[in-house]
Design a protein around this ligand. Structure first.
Ligand code: NAP
Ligand code: F7E
Length: 320
């Protein structure tokens, strides 16, 4: 008998890559989707007939209980969240409900219905915030800098707490930024590659950005979903940092993307002070040697390869 997995956030960037990966491993895949007046299944359209979609919401405990009862999963991947950092300042309470308390609602539903299921929580490098150590690893103290980061710290520790309180196989993957052609267009990588494609095709002249000096450890989402799965296949539940170990500034990202399209970024990029955050995370760089050693995980796509892949995909998508 093949295994069954339940993925919350299946319509998001990571949910779509994870669902593809689990299908390729022979899993039966259930996906939780929110009810909306128009469907938003673009990222999973190509696998829609292979996954079982059910309505549910992180705000609604009963829907989570019913979903776990119906799907009877061996593995649960909790990827659903309000994941855009700037929105967490304008909607701090909603972010706390989805990204923080939503994790407890999921864990309570698992505990009540199927406590033997293995549980993955999507933790984030945003928890390191004002970094206390360089590079950041599993033991680095957290210092979040946004309501999003604060909510993720709560989600992280409630997962650890359910593991320690109830002996559940519950783990947190502390994933650094990961991107792809399916990344939401408000995140900086995709905003840049979409902007470059539009400028190249004459659809737009300038691109407004915020802080060009911030540094991130950016990897490819397809590589990162493999790590999520590996974390649920171990003898003992543990938390892992997943990162490339390289850091690049937003300006470097911009330079690579514009150069790849034969454009000079200085002719098109304008800085917009309204895009500067109330508190910034200046530098992230992860040390994933534990994941390499214990999970045998490694990245397959380089930073430059990732940016070029995203520019090419956006040009292809927008080409008449
Ligand atoms: P994403 O593209 O923003 O997807 C978020 C998903 O959550 C969407 O499917 C969304 O559904 C769903 N969702 C939001 N609120 C919900 C609610 N109340 N009930 C049910 N579903 C809800 O995010 P992502 O980049 O794939 O990231 C996946 C997870 O990893 C998130 O938890 C994120 O915070 C975390 N993370 C991401 C990164 C990264 O670099 N990508 C790094 C570390 C951690 P709709 O389609 O209906 O909006
Ligand atoms: O910003 C700077 C911005 O929004 C990256 C989420 O997936 O990764 C993501 O969070 C950097 C920041 O991602 C613009 O100030 C400059 O320093 O792409 P981002 P993020 O905030 O790092 C973590 C790991 C998560 O967990 C989150 O869910 O880029 N930046 N100019 C800009 N950022 C945006 N969005 N737009 C700009 O115009």
């Amino acid at each position: 008998m093949g295994k069954t997995a339940l993925v919350t956030g299946i319509t998001g960037q990571d949910g779509s890559y994870l669902a593809e990966f689990l299908l390729s491993k022979g899993y039966t895949v259930y996906g939780m989707v929110r009810r909306s007046s128009t469907e938003n299944f673009d990222r999973i359209e190509h696998i829609r007939d292979q996954v079982i979609l059910r309505q549910g919401d992180l705000l609604d405990q009963l829907s989570l209980l019913n979903l776990i009862e119906e799907s009877n999963p061996d593995e649960i991947y909790n990827l659903a969240a309000q994941s855009f950092v700037p929105t967490s300042w304008t909607k701090p309470l909603l972010t706390g409900e989805f990204t923080g308390l939503g994790v407890t609602r999921m864990l309570e539903a698992v505990r009540a219905v199927k406590s033997k299921a293995r549980f993955y929580q999507a933790s984030s490098s945003e928890m390191f915030g004002l970094v206390q150590e360089v590079p950041q690893k599993e033991t680095t103290p957290f210092y979040p800098r946004s309501p999003y980061g604060v909510a993720k710290v709560y989600g992280h520790f409630i997962t650890v707490n359910y593991r320690e309180s109830y002996g559940m196989y519950a783990v947190s993957g502390i994933l650094f930024n990961h991107e792809s052609p399916r990344r939401g267009k408000e995140f900086v990588t995709r905003k840049v590659t979409d902007g470059v494609a539009r400028i190249k095709l004459g659809l737009q002249k300038e691109l407004k950005l915020g802080n060009l000096e911030a540094k991130r450890d950016w990897g490819f989402a397809g590589d990162y979903v493999r790590a999520m799965w590996l974390m649920l296949q171990q003898d003992k539940p543990q938390d892992y940092v997943i990162a490339t170990g390289e850091t690049h500034s937003v300006q470097e990202l911009v330079e690579i993307a514009f150069n790849h399209a034969g454009l000079n970024w200085k002719d098109h990029v304008k800085t917009d002070p309204t895009l500067i955050r109330p508190a910034e995370v200046d530098l992230l760089i992860g040390d994933s040697s534990k994941a390499k050693r214990e999970l045998g995980w490694k990245t397959e796509v380089s930073f430059e390869g990732l940016v070029k892949m995203m520019v090419d995909a956006d040009i292809q998508r927008l080409k008449p």
